[in-house]
Design a protein around this ligand. Structure first.
Ligand SMILES: [Zn+2]
Length: 291
C-alpha cells in the first residue's frame, strides 16, 4: 500500500504522535475581533483548556509518553503557567499562529508580522526556539513555507499529501522542510463539535463512534508502516468521557505493540537522519502548487 516505506526506530510498525492544539479563546480574537468580548459562552467552552491540559499531562505521565502541543502565541502569553507545565513535563510546544489567524487570508507582510510575533512569544514562554508549526485551521498560505524556513524550523504539520513524512520544497529558494502530515479523519472537531455561534454544526458522536474513526486510521498505519498524527484540542477531547476513551486508546496501542510514541520534533529529526543516510526517499511537493 505504501510505495516508499520508512523504517521506524527499534523495529516499530508505525509512529504515533497524539498532538493537541491548545487554542483556548485565541480563536475568537482573529475571527470575531469586534464581538469577541461578547462571546462569553463560546469563550467559556474554549477556556476549558485550563482544566483539560493538566489532565492530559497526567494521562501522559501515567503512560510515560512525551507528546507535542501546538499553542498560539497569544494563548502562551495569557496562560503562561499551563504552557510552562507542559514544558516542565518534557513535552514539545510548537507554533500555531499568534491570534490563531488564518495565514492564507492575510497579505504576506501581515502574515509575517504575526508569525514573527508568535515565534517570539513561544520562545520567551518556553525558553526554547520552536522547531515546528501547524497553520491555524490548516490555512497554510503561499508564503508560509518561506516564513518557516526563515525561522529555521524543522517541520510543518498542516498538510495532507502522504501517509509518511515528506518534503516541502520552496519554489523560490529551493530549500526544503519536513512535512508531518495528518488528515481530517484524525481531527476531533468533525466528531465532537457543535457550536452555533462559530457556525460549526457537526452532530456530536459518542467517544466510541469517534474512536472507531481514529482507530481505523491507527490500525491501517500499524499494518502498513504509516504515521498517525492526531489533531485534537484539549477543550474538545480533554472532557471526561472523551479523555477516558483516549486512555483506553493508548492502552490498546501499547498492547498491540510495535508503536513508536514520539513528539513531532523527534519524528522530524529521525526522518531527516534517514534521508541524510539515504535510507528513506520521501515524496516531495514544491510550493506554491500554482504560483
Ligand atoms: Zn487551532
Amino acid at each position: 500500500m505504501i510505495a516508499n516505506p520508512i523504517t521506524w526506530p527499534n523495529g516499530a510498525r508505525c509512529a504515533v504522535a497524539i498532538t493537541f492544539d491548545m487554542d483556548s479563546d485565541s480563536i475568537l480574537y482573529s475571527d470575531h475581533s469586534g464581538r469577541a468580548s461578547t462571546m462569553i459562552g463560546t469563550a467559556s467552552w474554549l477556556r476549558y483548556d485550563r482544566v483539560a491540559v493538566p489532565r492530559i499531562l497526567k494521562l501522559y505521565q501515567k503512560h510515560d509518553i512525551k507528546q507535542t502541543f501546538f499553542v498560539p502565541g497569544w494563548t502562551a502569553e495569557r496562560y503562561e503557567s499551563i504552557v510552562r507545565e507542559i514544558v516542565s513535563e518534557g513535552h514539545e510546544v510548537a507554533l500555531h499562529g499568534y491570534y490563531h489567524e488564518k495565514p492564507n487570508t492575510l497579505n504576506p507582510e501581515i502574515e509575517k508580522y504575526w508569525f514573527d510575533k508568535s515565534v517570539d512569544a513561544i520562545t520567551r514562554v518556553t525558553g526554547k526556539h520552536p522547531v515546528g508549526f501547524r497553520a491555524p485551521s490548516y490555512r497554510f498560505s503561499k508564503h508560509s513555507l518561506a516564513n518557516l524556513l526563515g525561522a529555521d524550523l524543522l517541520y510543518d504539520s498542516s498538510l495532507m499529501s502522504d501517509d509518511l513524512p515528506y518534503l516541502l520544497s520552496d519554489k523560490e529558494s529551493g530549500r526544503t522542510l519536513i512535512e508531518l502530515p495528518t488528515d481530517w479523519s484524525r481531527d476531533d472537531w468533525p466528531q465532537y463539535t457543535n457550536n452555533s455561534e462559530l457556525g460549526y454544526g457537526m452532530p456530536i458522536k459518542s467517544p466510541k463512534q469517534a474512536m472507531e474513526v481514529f482507530l481505523a486510521e491507527f490500525d491501517a498505519a500499524w499494518a502498513y508502516g504509516g504515521l498517525w498524527v492526531s489533531v485534537w484540542h484539549p477543550y474538545v477531547s480533554g472532557r471526561l468521557a472523551r479523555l477516558m476513551a483516549i486512555d483506553e486508546m493508548i492502552q490498546y496501542m501499547k498492547s498491540k505493540g510495535g508503536v513508536w510514541f514520539a513528539t513531532l520534533e523527534e519524528i522530524a529529526k529521525y526522518t531527516q537522519q534517514q534521508i541524510e543516510h539515504g535510507r528513506y526517499m520521501p515524496y516531495q511537493d514544491t510550493l506554491p502548487f500554482h504560483a
